[in-house]
Design a protein around this ligand. Structure first.
Ligand SMILES: N[C@@H](Cc1ccccc1)C(=O)N[C@@H](Cc1ccccc1)C(=O)O
Length: 681
């Protein structure tokens, strides 16, 4: 093994953790701006953008199986990492090139002329990235683990914690930096949002990751691949099932494990290794439920943040920036957990979920949405444009006193007739394209209704509402939070109207018929709140991030190490891939339940997830209680020793019946396997 040690750690792991830092920077940085690239550069709608995004993420966790098989059976981990990193870097470069609008912008108007070129190149890029990032993922962690000797268990555990810290250090930096890069303007002929830079920097980091990994080349311990192990595993399992079926009659004695039915044909060491793998894979069955919840951070939790108030005083947090809370918490929690809380929790055996808390927060924030009309109803607003209050009698309602410059919103059946409304009372029936959900990214959706007899032009620094005809309304425009000043113009006359906005509201501003242009038209515009601003503060998401991240630290960091330590020597990467496969299934559950099944009530969906997770926690605790830790190296050594002894025996006692030998070995090896697996978890 590795001879160069620094403080008891092999020097080679330095290159591996730096490689992981850069690779995760590259992956998360690119992912942070991907949906926006789809939406604003490729001009896809929300549904297509989110579907392709989730498919890409799921693919990234499916490809580890491919990488692991190649590494464990054919190329070895080192070469697999090198080759797939090259594929990965090419994919990142393809993404960066696909985002250069100037390439196909022959008319130089700032928009690409051949969208097909950009779509095809970016899809090829994403496919290569998924192949690269997924393919190397199980290899890098397992390769890092390989650098430690048999007696360096403690150091290996610390390595997996530091490895996790590097993942989160890289992802934290990139999720802060790439959105800033994207917001820059760049271009040769015309300036546009700089997606090419936002993808280019992650591409550069991937090249750095590859170079760093190659520099460490001379220092690594490189375990040799041991043939097409996965094919052998599949054949062996298939034979065991077939053989068991052939000998199903009661006259054949039972065997301790169903895999023992492969003994007639397969090496006992291989059978023992398959038993180890199956034992761990069985324990993985409930895991996808955790990832289902965990991966909603990127989708549901970010959407939840768009309905919250992100004003932190000097700092205004954007909804997608809330995701950085996860790596920040990891960077603080991993050291605390490792040295203090984790040993304590391990002693008490506590387990918890953040989802019930999450459901509680959710039920609160939805209160800022008004009641929208059903398909048989319409939303109407009565606006008194006069200077005195008026009494209005609505069909089926008591008389209503409507003060001057006030609006009365109500929902009514479509066929209701209104008669005898005073001339100064405007009946405003909302159009079918009315906003019925919170505006995106915490913005405010604003429109104007012109109650004057002349057309009025309305504009602010951030938006132009255009010329609004008499008794007509403008389209919605998005306004950021804070103070906004609107300029109202008619011919050469103008006046200004100012107001303050929070986050995620929608307003209709009514311009009174009595408006007189001058310096100020504060009293001649009435604001009607269609959707209330977000009243629940984004800081309230921090506890739910805390709980899910604490769960991640206890579950994911240890899981990485567990998958390594419990895997037989020739299937280390395969078990890492098995762990990542549970992440892929979790993502598919999100896709199916959250995206396709479309449970009508959001709270019901969360309660469903929370209940499932609680049930899964109970099942998992029982399974983990009965799991017995094994030492694969010891078991393998014993088997190898036994096989060598038997070979010697065979040479000295020629002609011994093969079947007899298989039976005897089988009994001995079972005893050894059982002895090595006696220690409970
Ligand atoms: N905590 C995450 C990183 C993260 C950063 C920013 C937003 C969300 C998440 C993390 O450590 N990820 C690890 C392990 C992992 C977790 C979930 C699914 C697969 C792997 C990673 O390797 O990316």
């Amino acid at each position: 093994l590795n001879e160069k040690l620094v403080c008891g750690y092999p020097l080679s792991i330095f290159f591996i953790v730096v490689n992981e830092f850069c690779e995760r920077f590259s992956y998360y940085g690119m992912r942070a701006v991907l949906v926006l690239y789809f939406k604003y550069f490729l001009r896809w709608d929300d549904d297509l953008a989110t579907s392709i995004y989730h498919t890409f993420v799921a693919l990234c966790y499916l490809t580890p199986i491919l990488g692991a098989i190649v590494a464990d059976s054919w190329l070895g981990k080192f070469k697999t990492i090198i080759y797939l990193s090259i594929v990965y870097a090419v994919g990142q470069v393809a993404m960066a090139v696909s985002a250069i609008h100037d390439i196909t912008d022959s008319d130089r108007d700032g928009t690409p002329d051949s969208m097909t070129f950009h779509i095809v190149l970016s899809m090829v890029g994403l496919f290569l990235i998924a192949l690269g990032t997924g393919g190397i993922k199980p290899c890098v962690a397992a390769f890092g683990g390989d650098q430690f000797g048999e007696h360096q268990d403690r150091q290996r555990r610390t390595f997996f914690s530091v490895f996790y810290l590097c993942i989160n250090g890289g992802s934290l930096l990139s999720t802060i930096i790439t959105p800033v890069l994207r917001a820059q303007e760049c271009g040769i002929y015309s300036k546009q949002k700089c997606y090419s830079l936002a993808f280019g920097v992650p591409a550069a980091l991937m090249v750095v990751a590859l170079v760093v990994f190659i520099i460490g080349s001379g220092m690594y311990y490189k375990a040799e691949p041991q043939g097409n192990i996965m094919l052998d595993v599949c054949k062996c399992i298939g034979f065991a099932i077939k053989n068991r079926y052939r000998h199903r009659s009661k006259q054949y004695p039972k065997r301790q494990h169903w895999m023992d039915w492969a003994e007639e044909k397969y090496d006992k060491l291989l059978i023992a290794q398959i038993k180890m793998v199956l034992k761990v894979l069985f324990l993985y069955i409930p895991l996808p439920m955790f990832w289902t919840l965990f991966d909603q951070k990127g989708s549901r939790w970010t959407l939840q943040a768009t309905t919250m108030d992100g004003n932190f005083g000097a700092l205004v947090i954007q909804p997608d920036q809330m995701q950085t809370v996860n790596p920040i918490l990891i960077l603080t929690l991993v050291p605390i957990m490792d040295s203090l809380i984790y040993p304590l929790i391990k002693k008490c055996g506590l387990n918890f979920t953040s989802n019930f808390y999450f459901s509680f927060i959710l039920s609160n924030f939805q209160k800022t949405l008004p009641t929208f009309p059903s398909t048989s109803q319409s939303q109407l607003k009565l606006l008194n444009m006069g200077s005195n209050s008026v009494t209005v009698k609505l069909p089926g309602n008591d008389a209503l006193i409507l003060p001057a410059a006030q609006v009365y919103p109500f929902i009514n059946n479509c066929n209701t007739k209104f008669t005898n409304l005073l001339p100064e009372v405007i009946l405003f029936k909302s159009a079918t394209n009315d906003l019925t959900s919170k505006p995106q990214e915490g913005n405010n959706a604003i429109r104007f209704v012109n109650g004057m007899k002349t057309a009025v032009n309305v504009s602010t620094a951030a938006a132009d509402f255009g010329l609004i005809e008499p008794f007509y309304y403008s389209n919605y425009s998005q306004i950021k939070n804070g103070k906004a000043t609107f300029t109202l113009r008619s011919g050469s006359q103008s006046c200004e109207y100012s107001t303050n906005f929070g986050f995620g509201s929608s307003y209709t501003f009514f311009i009174h018929s009595t408006l007189v242009f001058g310096s100020n038209c504060q009293d001649s515009v009435t604001a009607v709140e269609d959707i209330k601003p977000n009243s629940v503060h984004m800081a309230l998401q921090i506890p739910q991030y805390f709980f899910i991240t604490a769960g991640e630290v206890m579950f994911s960091v240890t899981g990485l190490e567990f998958s390594y330590s419990q895997a037989p020597s020739n299937m280390k990467a395969v078990l890492q891939a098995g762990w990542l496969f549970t992440v892929a299934i979790g993502n598919f559950i999100v896709l199916i339940v959250a995206e396709l099944a479309k449970i009508p009530k959001q709270w019901a969906e969360y309660v469903l997830f929370a209940s499932l997770l609680v049930a899964v926690c109970v099942i998992f605790s029982i399974m983990a209680y009965f799991y017995t830790y094994i030492d694969p190296t010891e078991i393998e050594a014993q088997f190898k020793k036994k096989i060598n002894e038997d070979d010697e025996d065979d040479k000295s006692k020629p002609g011994k019946a093969e079947v007899e030998m298989v039976k005897r070995d089988s009994i001995k090896c079972h005893d050894e396997y059982d002895k090595a697996t006696q220690t409970k978890m």
